[in-house]
Design a protein around this ligand. Structure first.
Ligand code: NAD
Length: 256
């Protein structure tokens, strides 16, 4: 699955899933654009991954600010001339409290990152891809976009919105040969899960981890590389007849 000559933009690139996906694309010879909040975490990510000068671009940007999003799209075009793959992945989890106690400002901030950030990314990247008449977008939703979970109202609402944006964008972009899909992971071993574990059992995080593991038929957390493998498939021509679809990657969690 070579991505030689392809330009791949990843948001949330300094995080658990984003970084592993950048690594996987680089192994397949893609040029990569890493987008995340802080320049220093981007630089340490590039160093960890031994990225090669001229083959990558780092852009510190807040995906909730449309001007920042226009900025990373413009810089990518100026540097590499095109965008072949867009992994629209930055996200936050918010609080884990009942809806009736949910702080409204936190609810709004979750929607800002997880919905407005995804929307701005789609709006500006799809302009480039529709002009090119090619491209593949992968939005990071969650199994939280496919069901309800008590205590997680903002995150659930935001990920359901991502699924809807994906389907709409897929329909609008199909005439241009541009594909748009969702991935819907469950429990992946990254920083976000530390928040869920601490909220579930503040005094016994190991017990929370065990309980989350038992909810997964394959009896393990997902690894960031599991997610990267699916993203690469959806980015590649091997998935050329797949668009507008949710792709559950959850060790069987929602199969029952
Ligand atoms: P993570 O916290 O390790 O990574 C998220 C990254 O997004 C961080 O590097 C963070 O700095 C960046 N980010 C947050 N707000 C941003 C903003 N406003 N602008 C730019 N960047 C911003 O967590 P992760 O697990 O790698 O999460 C990646 C995606 O996967 C998220 O959308 C998350 O909702 C989704 N997801 C994660 C899990 C899981 O169990 N870890 C499950 C389902 C879905």
């Amino acid at each position: 699955m070579s991505f030689s000559g392809k330009v791949v933009v990843v948001t949330g690139a300094a995080g658990g899933i984003g970084k592993e996906t950048v690594k996987a694309f680089v192994e397949q010879e893609a040029k990569v654009v890493l987008v995340d909040l802080e320049q220093d975490t981007l630089e340490s990510t590039a160093k960890d991954l031994n990225l090669i000068e001229g083959e990558y671009l780092l852009v510190a940007a807040d995906v909730t600010k449309e001007a920042d999003v226009e900025g990373y799209v413009t810089k990518t075009k100026e540097t590499f001339g095109r965008i072949d793959v867009f992994f629209n992945n930055a996200g936050i989890e918010g609080k884990i409290v009942p809806l009736t106690d949910y702080p409204s400002d936190v609810f709004e901030s979750v929607l800002n990152v997880n919905v407005m950030g995804v929307f701005y990314g789609l709006k500006h990247v799809l302009r480039v891809m529709s002009d090119q008449k090619s491209g593949s977008v992968i939005n990071t939703s969650s199994i939280s976009g496919l069901n309800g979970i008590a205590g997680v109202s903002a995150y659930i609402a935001s990920k359901h919105a991502v699924n809807g944006l994906t389907k709409t964008a897929a329909l609008e972009m199909a005439p241009y040969g541009v594909r748009v899909n969702n991935i819907n992971p469950s429990t992946v071993d990254t920083r976000i899960m530390r928040t869920f574990e601490s909220a579930a059992a503040p005094d016994d995080v190991a017990a929370a981890r065990e309980a989350f593991t038992q909810a997964i038929p394959l009896a393990r957390y997902g690894k960031p590389e599991d997610i990267a493998n699916l993203v690469l498939f959806l980015a590649s021509d091997k998935s050329s007849f797949i668009t507008g679809t949710d792709h559950r990657i959850d060790g069987g969690q929602l199969a029952g």
